[in-house]
Design a protein around this ligand. Structure first.
Ligand code: SF4
Length: 183
């Protein structure tokens, strides 16, 4: 029997190559879209819709969290010492909670395909969330598949976003500076 894994999906382009890898490794994958930090709402909706369009074509079941608690999210990003760690922690906690409710003992994230994310912070956030729900975070370094994710997303004609997600990353992208969780 295939091992089940819950995959936190930050966006459809990143999910393409990660799904390919996980299925090649024999996992039964379910997706979880939870990314309330994406700003503005139109951008959030655009990424959500891109995933909704693609997932059925590869028979990927996805649980969508479409709530958009803007005030809470901005407070969360402003509060911690490192907003990217807060953002990763929030997303990993929600995914771990869902995995636990679904009886899935393992989860991971498409964030690990990006060479621009801070993998050390992601790993730490995932491990803390996993411990809270007594399940396992599978840190998998998919960075070698980043180019493949670009190829696949282009072949599907997907929308590819120009910045990580939050309003700070949108500013940083155009001012050409790094967000705290970016490398
Ligand atoms: S740059 Fe990305 S990871 Fe960091 S807080 Fe913004 S959306 Fe989250």
């Amino acid at each position: 029997m295939k091992e089940k894994i819950l995959l936190h999906i930050c966006c459809a382009p990143c999910a393409t190559a990660v799904l390919e890898n996980l299925r090649a490794d024999g996992y039964e994958v379910t997706g979880c879209f939870y990314n309330p930090s994406i700003h503005p709402w139109k951008e959030f909706k655009r990424r959500l819709d891109a995933l909704k369009e693609w997932a059925p074509s590869v028979k990927l079941p996805v649980i969508y969290h479409e709530e958009y608690p803007l005030e809470d999210n901005i407070k969360m990003l402003l509060n911690g010492d490192n907003r990217c760690f807060s953002c990763f922690s929030d997303r990993m906690k929600k995914t771990a909670e869902l995995a636990s409710e679904m009886g899935i003992e393992l989860f991971t994230s498409t964030l690990s395909v990006s060479p621009y994310q801070n993998h050390k912070l992601l790993k730490e956030a995932g491990k803390i969330a996993a411990a809270q729900y007594d399940i396992l975070f599978a840190y998998m370094d998919f960075r070698s598949s980043y180019k493949r994710s670009i190829e696949l997303s282009r072949s599907f004609g997907m929308y590819r976003q120009p910045y990580c997600g939050c309003v700070f990353s949108e500013r940083d992208r155009y001012l050409k500076v790094k967000s705290p969780g970016q490398i």
